[in-house]
Design a protein around this ligand. Structure first.
Ligand code: ADP
Ligand code: MG
Length: 448
């Protein structure tokens, strides 16, 4: 091996053992400039990196290098001129630029991102209702299903579906004015409008729209002024047969602090849910994504990823991207054992691991309560139900003891906990809505 080959082989190994962020920070711009009989000289871009590598990574680097070339007994670092850039860093940068470029291509009029289409959208039983509804809307905007309300957990394709619908409408009806806004931005515009006395401009702008798409409307919870503005806008667009498309992480019924009149508008059209994709669909999604990037992995690799990430398409994609970066850096498609190594940390982070505090804070947030409310001894129904659900989840997800749950929840009696867990379990047998509600909470607990 010459210097360049040796260093690339070493980097490939190191990459498997440390995080991507550390890898980029400490190894970018390094190279072997000389290899003597029993000594290797490694060039670093600056003092900081040099010292860091000496202190933290020398041992690791030495171990790997001597694995390749046992003769080598010593490694030294120095600060070098950066005249030579190994090809793979260049590639990395190109990749990065490409990514950023892709993300930047959002259309300034519609605010739609062209990356979201139906060509790269996999349909399965988990999302077919939502998909079918979107197709009906595309055929006849403003006529059939108004509003179209799509809901589902984090990372399951709501934004993709909404944006693809918008893109398709623009394509089929170039004259129609489509506008996509995340609810958070909509809220910000209302607040700014009021502050700067420009609320009339804001209204005018949205009145002109033929298709209004608002993503993540659960964020309207508790935003009274925005809800009021939106209610009027909704009515006026609706009367003119303009299409409204909304998404949320939960059905309208359980969005907290939403005015009744807005809730009933949300429920007045078509509601389509997106649930969790099954194993086969997850594999299909992986294949589509890999194909998009011109890489192909073995069946066992696809299966392994699909088994490891069950709750979230975004995680599925993140895992795949990790493998693709590895492939690009090493020019080698990772096999199952490398895949397992590359994904080990991510899987631990993404799967089935939570804490009591995470459960309590997620339940509180889901029902728009403070943790203090949840832990209080209030008997109000708005509080007792979430509290019982928190107890139930502590039991089922963490297998906590009744006594420890009682303590966690502000020193309740442990028989109260037993009662709550049994009650929720019983209710779950016949109440589909509750089942769904708890599933949505679980998705949030495990999605970061
Ligand atoms: P959400 O808005 O529900 O949180 P996103 O729409 O952002 O989820 O989806 C997360 C990622 O998964 C995106 O990169 C998206 O392209 C991808 N994705 C979601 N659903 C599908 C699908 N049915 N087919 C292919 N890719 C999908
Ligand atoms: Mg989204």
């Amino acid at each position: 091996m010459n210097e360049k080959e040796l260093w690339e082989a070493v980097l490939a190994q190191i990459q498997l053992q440390i995080s991507q962020a550390n890898f980029t920070t400490w190894f970018k711009g390094t190279r072997i400039i000389a290899k003597k009989e029993n000594e290797v000289l490694i060039s670093t871009p600056n003092t900081f990196v040099k010292e860091w590598l000496e202190q933290k990574y020398k041992h690791l680097i030495f171990k790997i290098i001597s694995g390749f070339e046992p003769k080598i007994k010593e490694i030294k670092f120095l600060i070098g001129k950066q005249n030579l850039k190994p090809s793979f860093w260049q590639e990395r940068e190109e990749q990065k630029q490409q990514l950023e470029f892709e993300q930047l291509k959002v259309d300034s009029e519609t605010n739609l991102n062209p990356r979201y289409t139906f060509k790269n959208f996999v349909v399965g039983s988990f999302n077919e209702l939502a998909f079918a509804a979107s197709q009906a809307v595309i055929k006849n905007p403003g006529v059939l299903y108004n509003p179209l309300f799509i809901y589902g957990g984090v990372g399951l394709g709501k934004t993709h579906l909404l944006e693809a619908t918008g893109n398709e409408i623009v394509k089929l009806y170039p004259k129609k004015k489509v506008k996509y806004v995340p609810a958070e931005r909509f809220i910000r515009e209302v607040v700014e409008g009021i502050k700067n006395q420009k609320i009339e401009d804001f209204k005018l702008k949205y009145q002109k729209v033929d298709v209004l798409i608002i993503d993540d409307v659960q964020f309207l919870a508790g935003k009274e002024k925005t809800q009021e503005e939106f209610f009027h806008l909704f009515n006026s667009l609706y009367q003119k047969n303009k299409q409204i498309i909304l998404s949320s992480d939960r059905p309208p019924k359980i969005i907290p602090s939403l005015t009744e009149r807005l809730r009933s508008r949300f429920e007045g059209g078509m509601i389509g849910d997106i649930s969790l994709p099954d194993f086969e669909t997850r594999v299909a999604i992986l294949k589509v994504k890999a194909q998009e990037k011109n890489v192909e992995f073995s069946e066992e690799v696809y299966n392994f990823i699909a088994q490891s990430f069950k709750r979230n398409i975004r995680d599925l994609e993140g895992a795949l991207n990790r493998l693709i970066v590895y492939y690009k850096l090493n020019n080698k498609v990772p096999d199952l054992s490398i895949t397992k190594k590359l994904l080990k940390k991510v899987i631990l982070g993404a799967n089935q691991w939570t804490t009591p505090n995470k459960i309590i804070s997620t339940v509180a947030e889901f029902y728009d309560l403070t943790q203090k409310d949840l832990l209080s001894s209030s008997r109000k129904k708005e509080i007792t139900k979430p509290r019982q659900i928190a107890m139930y989840l502590l039991k089922t997800e963490l297998k906590s003891s009744y006594l420890s749950i009682a303590r966690k929840l502000g020193g309740k009696d442990h028989s109260t906990v037993i009662y709550a867990c049994e009650k929720i379990a019983k209710q779950l047998e016949k109440d589909k809505k509750l089942e769904e509600e708890i599933e949505l909470i679980k998705q949030r607990i495990y999605s970061g």
